[in-house]
Design a protein around this ligand. Structure first.
Ligand SMILES: [Zn+2]
Length: 87
């Protein structure tokens, strides 16, 4: 899936320039009065979504942001580049 082509579903022109946004979870304990951290886990755990790393993608052209799946689906639906006449 890492090599799946992306197509921005919003502007439908961008297939090449994206920002990947990763989500990590860190367990912390806080002092209820001061808000100070009394414990912070060393590990950042990657968040998962349906068994895959939760990964958002942002289009660098129009700034649309959504989960990776919508970019992959848009590319699959649209087919490979160059097979449709440009309008
Ligand atoms: Zn876009």
């Amino acid at each position: 899936m890492d090599a799946a082509p992306y197509l921005c579903p919003a502007c439908r022109t961008n297939r090449t320039r994206f920002t990947l946004i990763y989500h990590f979870a860190q367990q912390v304990h806080k002092d209820p009065r001061t808000g100070a951290l009394t414990f912070a886990a060393d590990e950042l755990a990657p968040l998962e979504r349906a068994g895959r790393p939760a990964l958002d993608v942002r289009c660098e052209i129009c700034n649309f942001q959504g989960n990776e799946g919508v970019f992959v689906k848009a590319a699959q639906k649209d087919g490979p580049p160059g097979q449709r006449p440009l309008s």
